[in-house]
Structure formats: C-alpha cells, structure tokens
Design a protein around this ligand. Structure first.
Ligand code: LMR
Length: 334
C-alpha cells in the first residue's frame, strides 16, 4: 500500500463514523478551490443550511483550497471514509473508473447552461450519478461552475498558436485528446500545483472558468487569455455511501433538503460569479483578455469537435448520442 493511501486510511479510521463529542455527527467536506468561487460559496451555504436543519445534530467542516487533500487523494479519502463529502470536477472521475463523466469534457458539447441543465437536471445526469454506487459513493447533486477559457504565456488566436504548447489539464482522457487535437502537449496536474507550474514555466498555459483562474491568481502569471468558452467545468457532490446509509433517517432528510437548497444556490450564482471574475481579470491589467472573432471561434470548434467521435470508445457512442438528442447539438452542422 502506498504511503499516502496508508495515511488516508489511518486518518479515516481515526475519524470513522465521523462522530465527535456528544453524538454530534461531523461531516468533513473537502474541496480544492478558493472559498470565493461558486463551489466554495455553495459548500459554505450547505454547511449553514445543513447545520440549521439538523438542529445541532450535525457539524459540517469545510476544508477549501486543497487544505486537507489534493485532487487524487480526496477521492481516495472519500472512499476510505477519511472525509464524508466532496464536490470534484466532473473531469476527475476517470481514475475512479467511471469514465462516462468525461462526456461533460467534450469540447463545445454545451452551448450554454440551459443545455447543460437538460443533462445535469434530467435522467441522463441521474443515471450517471447512479454509476457511482458501485464505487461506494452516492452522487447527491450536480453543481455548476462555468465555461472554460484558455490562458497562456503567448496570445492564442488561430489554432496554430496552440501547437507545441504545454497545457495543464485535469485528469481526463477527453481533455488530453482536446489538447492533442490542437497540436498541444497535455500535462495532467493537481489543481493546487497549477499556479506554480504556470509561474515557473513548467507548463505554458491552461484552461478553466474565470472564477478558478481569478481566485488562484493565475491571471497574474499568464499574460494572455482567450475567451474561448470551449468546454464546461462543473461538479458532482459526493458522499461516502456507508456513512450516508448509516445516518439516522431524520438527519439524512435534513441533509437532503439542505443539499437541494445549496444546489439551487450554486446554480444560481455560478454564471454571475464567472462574469464578475472575468471582469476582474480584465481590470487587473495583468492579462490581455482576447475575445475571438466569429471565424476564429469556428476554426477552433472545427478542430475540437472531432474529439467527440474519437472518444466514443471510452465514453460510449450511445451516451454521446443521447446528450446530442437532449441538447440538439449536431456535429455535422458547424
Ligand atoms: C481544476 O482542477 O482545474 C478544477 O477541477 C478545480 C475545481 O475543482 O474547480
């Protein structure tokens, strides 16, 4: 067993059942982004509502900014019971063996939040969450973040500009293929390491919605950003199944209600938070924010949409088709 796994296991046993004090149930909720982001704010909101609704029976401890665990470790920690709740990006489920979540990473598959919600708030989303049960996890909800843009050490305008660029991505094979389709070199890296990697030149660029870029100060070490909005980044809120099943029924009900309210809140603020942070990046004067022309956007789309077909073997052609059917996307009509 690897050392970090062992540590997680020891911690997990120390906190197993996650109860402390006089019968108070403690939920450790670990995440990797800043507090002042859609996910960070929604986690705090959940804490507040859950503690109120559970009337003192539950304490939610939120650990933001990879304080407790980085991307890969937090998934292991959840499965081992060292933390009870997470909200990882949908691009991070491949290593868990639930590759279908990478459908959300397909470039340009959603044009806007309305199209996305047809999946996350419909039967396809529900059936994806169901797949997690075999991994000892319940998927409680989908939380929005937003649409990703590229940033880099040099301007990115034509597709040729991406050639040879080392781009940090999350641990998703679809994202790997996306960068390759542009002639770039994908580098998988934990979110907590991105700022430094950009600053020291370990990678040349990256992609994320503005809220993640701004709150990690990536714009301070990336002189160029292109508002490509070429793909979506959002979350599934996860809970350890054994922990959840072991909760008293009234507590579980209170937490379910709190999760519903927190989900409405998350999905209400996500777009505004990203719009605001894009404006703040622009105003900082540290990054030149470029809005691509219609032609440049179309060229990027034409280069990236073939990734859908390439990834059919991994994600499932049927799943991709069923998403197209819901959203009306037609790769033949670009
Ligand atoms: C990333 O690693 O870029 C994102 O998944 C971080 C996050 O949780 O939003």
């Amino acid at each position: 067993m690897k050392l970090n796994k062992l540590l997680i296991l020891v911690l997990g046993m120390a906190f197993s059942g996650a109860t402390l004090g006089a019968g108070e149930i403690v939920i450790k909720f670990s995440h990797v982004v800043a507090v002042d982001t859609p996910k960070g704010k929604a986690a705090e909101y959940f804490k507040k509502v859950a503690e109120e609704k559970a009337k003192g029976k539950v304490k939610v401890e939120v650990y933001p900014n990879s304080q407790l665990y980085k991307d890969k470790e937090e998934m292991e920690a959840l499965q081992l019971g060292a933390v009870q709740m997470l909200a990882p990006s949908l691009a991070k489920f491949g290593p868990l063996g639930v590759k279908e979540f990478e459908a959300f990473d397909l470039p340009y598959i959603f044009d806007n939040y309305e199209e996305l919600h047809k999946i996350t708030q419909g039967p396809i989303g529900q059936s994806l969450l169901k797949k997690l049960e075999a991994k000892g996890i319940y998927g409680l909800a989908f939380w929005d973040n937003g649409f990703k843009s590229f940033s880099a050490k040099k301007p990115l305008r034509s597709v040729a500009d991406y050639r040879g660029m080392k781009m940090r991505i999350q641990s998703s094979k679809v994202l790997e293929e996306e960068i390759r389709a542009l002639g770039g070199l994908p580098q998988v890296m934990a979110f907590s390491e991105v700022y430094q990697a950009l600053d020291t030149g370990v990678v040349d660029g990256t992609e994320n919605p503005p809220s993640n870029m701004y709150t990690q100060k990536m714009h301070e070490v990336q002189p160029h950003m292109t508002v490509t909005e070429h793909g979506y980044l959002g979350y599934a809120v996860l809970v350890n199944k054994k922990f959840w099943d072991g909760l008293p029924a009234d507590v579980r009900k209170a937490l379910e209600e709190a999760m519903k309210e927190a989900t409405d809140y998350a999905n209400k603020i996500a777009k505004d938070e990203n719009d605001k942070d894009l404006e703040l990046i622009r105003k900082s004067g540290k990054t030149q924010v470029y809005k691509p022309s219609k032609e440049e956007r179309l060229a990027l789309k034409k280069a990236l949409v073939p990734v859908h077909q390439k990834m059919e073997g991994r994600i499932g052609a049927d799943l991709i088709k069923s998403i197209y059917k819901e959203t009306g996307f037609d790769p033949a009509k670009l």
